[in-house]
Design a protein around this ligand. Sequence first.
Ligand SMILES: [Zn+2]
Length: 264
Amino acid sequence: MLRVTRDRDGVVAVEMRRVVAGRALLPAYAYWVDGLLIDAGFRWVEGDLVAWARRQGVDRIVLTHHHEDHAGAAGALTEVLGCQVLAPPGSLEDLARPRPIELYRRVVWGRPRPVRAAPLGDTFRHGPFEFRVLPAPGHTADHVVFLETGRGWLFSGDVWLGRRVRYMNSKEEGQALLESLTRLAGLPVTTLYSGHRGPVGDGRQALADLASFLGDLRHKARQLAEQGVAVPVIARRLLGPEDAMAWITRGAISKANLIRGLLG
Ligand SMILES: [Zn+2]
């Protein structure tokens, strides 16, 4: 299921969800501006996304990282539209030969198609737009974000998923994510275009809010860890008990992983 909206700056947000038994699962977002598609959806929506992209016109795709909910439909899009795909140098191998993913990811997003991408440099132009490609490791090591320098738009992939987060994937590096967020919060960001939360108007404040939340959480977690409190207990005290997220993902995404990631 696709829901397409255009903001007053002309940036088109494509909200994509898999629908199972009448229920819409978690959303992922791709963004379109002037023929440039930023992130490229996932396997379960690729038919709808290709049909939309043919009507809309896409002449280039750029990816923030290799995950299946951002790159999973890039292969189908480039095959049908013949457009170029650009990705961070660290993503190219995973994009060309996707690794196996856990069951919950196959259910929500589907297995990604392999895609051949060319490496992004530090900047690129698209029509009247000038983008800086900024490394933002933490969620994954290869993650980058795109800052449109004239307008302050930041396309942030999975770096920002809310002003507060309660979970983290076991493969994420919390310390690196906090450093990335702190750096990005120092940039003149206007609108933040999140990979799962849609556009956020006060982008710089939103980045600063999450950085401050995680910094505070790390501080409290360190104090408890120094007293010898175990990670699962710290997680329960600071974030409440584990819930359906840990159960559905068989522990891959949990509150304890967030604490573990922040303690490094
Ligand atoms: Zn991701």
